[in-house]
Write a protein that binds this ligand. Sequence first.
Ligand code: NAP
Length: 792
Amino acid sequence: METYRPAGWLEALVAAALRTTLRTLLKPVFSPRWSIVFQRRWLSALARISLVPRSVSINPGDAGGVPGQWLRHGDVPAVRAGTLLYLHGGAYCVGSPATHRALTARLAQGTGVPVFAADYRLAPEHPFPAALDDALAAYRALRQRGPVVVAGDSAGGGLALSLTLALREAGEEQPAGLMLLSPWADMAPDTLPPEPPGEAMLSAAWAQACAAYYLASPPDQRVWVTSPLKADLRDLPPVLIQAATDEMLHGQALALHEALQSAGVTSRCEITERRWHVFQLHGGALRSADEAIARLCHFARQRLDAVTAPRHSEHEVVIMGAGMSGVCMGIGLNRAGIRDWVMLEKQPGVGGTWWDNTYPGAHVDVPSPVYAFSFAPNPRWSRRFASAPEIQRYAQALADRHHLGARTRLGTELTEARFDDTTGHWHLRTARGDTLRARFFVCSTGPLNQPRWPGIPGLDSFAGDRLHSARWNHRTPLAGRRVAVIGTGSTASQLVPPIAAQAARLHVFQRTANWVLPRLDRRYGWLDHLLARLPPYAVFTRWAWTQVLEWGRRGFDEGTVARRGMLKTAALHRDRQVPDPALRDALTPTYPLGCKRIIYSNDFYPALTRPHVELVTTGIERITPRGIVTTDGRERPVDVLVCATGFDTVQLLSSVQVTGLGGQTLRQAWSQGPQAYHGISVAGFPNLFLMLGPNTATGHTSTLLYIEPEVRHAIACMQRVRQAGQRWIAVRPEVMTEHNRALQQRLGGSVWAQCRSWYRMEGGKIVALFPGFTAEYVRAVWPPRAADYETD
Ligand code: NAP
């Protein structure tokens, strides 16, 4: 069971207002004292003020002869097959598709598939089995069109469960998944507990009166009708249950989750604290409701994608990779009016490197205000250097706010991309055999997505637990064990302190000492959060930090004040934190500051001074099943081997076979190392746009500052082709050659040429780094120079 605790004063204020409104205007009417007809009218009148997103069209229609409403988001082809059948709540007696529009419209928006909200027949006019018959008829009709996820709230949740059990009994195909919101899963008399003090909607007397209307006629009331909670629940599809603590049906949600799990069904139960019955109906007003709906949509999308057979689809743009740059590209395309795109992500979540890197202590190494897009400041950062989970949540929140999930296919790996110069389209293939056709292909996988294992003899023979920092296994215990960390780069500097706090013994294998500067971190308090909500303050803070980091770039050039200041600070920091002169020497870099990425840390040096932590500077000779042998012949036995050895940044895009004009592959084009024009376009590969491609990494600032202009540049190129009715656009080969000649000439004499790093290839060519200031890159990239591109 997952518990969610809504936070923030604004959310608390809105929740209090809504709760009071429900208690005053709704709860008194949901009572046996009022006629059902009056209750229905009153509910319909209140529903008129629900907030429905404008991008969703709502039309009356039917499915299998059952009337209802069709809700559809946008006017471009959906990226996934399937439908969502929604069964509204209202104790089988009141409610309608109209009363639930605020929720169902958001489900259509967030899943990208049509939602059919069934207007099933209600009691007392139509007692059992009318509602179930209608639900079955609607489901069977929708099933003809593809997979169906069934969702329902309250009585609709109970009905969804009964429907699934009825299908199982009849031996018919089950829904792809079930989403039950505060389900009324047991209608047997006296099963409702006393009203909790926070209950804003229901009363036991009303629910029981309605149950009596619904179950009035049939003698044959099997347990799955009256109390599906107590039925045999085996062989049901995966279920997502959502409920709240302040509602009478809280207990039923928990009991159902337990019963499903005991029956071997995959069930997830999400409980939101301090919320009431079906609080998701307040989507658009209440942040906790929006977040719960986003989780529902995520589940529905996953279920539909899981059961859909391989298929072919056609789009204007395919984006590969749902990291920061993929998210920015999706938002940019929507804003530019290019809405027919799909984003493919091999991982099961968005965030890219922030999804992959969950090692202990992972955090950003630039101040958080610059680790947010200019159009989406984040007033909720908890500290100046945000943690990796916080950044992943930021990426997720952005994707949710801009409804990117509807156009994102998670768990989908692209294996092949081939440009067809006769039509000007890319033909793409995924690992599971889906094929896609798109005019434009955006690779937003970035440089840091292929973990690099060290090529140390015997690595595979190690018999203990072996971890790479970018593929952390949180089930591997560290407490009280002997741990070895190979590497002392940015990643190692972050994971060594938390590992040192748990391990019985820690050996840190350093090949090269690195420059370490203090991290000017601090926790953000309520005043920061308040100020961050004021746009001028947010804009100023981001701008100010950008300038500070730009100033830091000067530190990479010999003879500058910045460099002298940084060298002095690094020496002071080391001397203050490392009292042992021998250790201090071992930690003193021998290469010029800035050649590798500078580490910002306050706890790396102190961790290395702890008595149970050893810094090993003797080279590693080999790895044995028991541990690590250094070149002096000494073996250090370890239980856990952590490789913080970085990423393969040279074999960019090596997992996808990309073929451009004349059958040339990207691998062939990059045989001398990856190169592009501003890291965005590659000659011979029309309509292909890279995000954070070759020579766009920086040693001094936030990559997000580079992503935004790259996205604008790529979209401007796309618009040029679209508006001119042409087939393709590609950077001129001579322009790209000259661009890279100048770049390499500049890099040749730079600080980055003076040591080994992930910026360089074995032979010394620097393929990852951009040598200049951010402002220089932004000016060069935006607006794109028309003459640098050719079109056809
Ligand atoms: P890295 O900078 O490439 O460091 C890899 C470390 O492993 C180095 O110390 C390297 O030693 C060592 N190593 C590699 N192969 C080895 C071998 N065979 N034997 C012994 N040692 C070996 O990788 P990283 O620390 O993962 O950082 C990569 C980049 O990720 C950073 O530069 C940064 O841009 C990014 N990053 C960002 C954040 C953030 O907060 N934004 C956090 C972490 C990482 P040598 O130095 O001798 O090669």
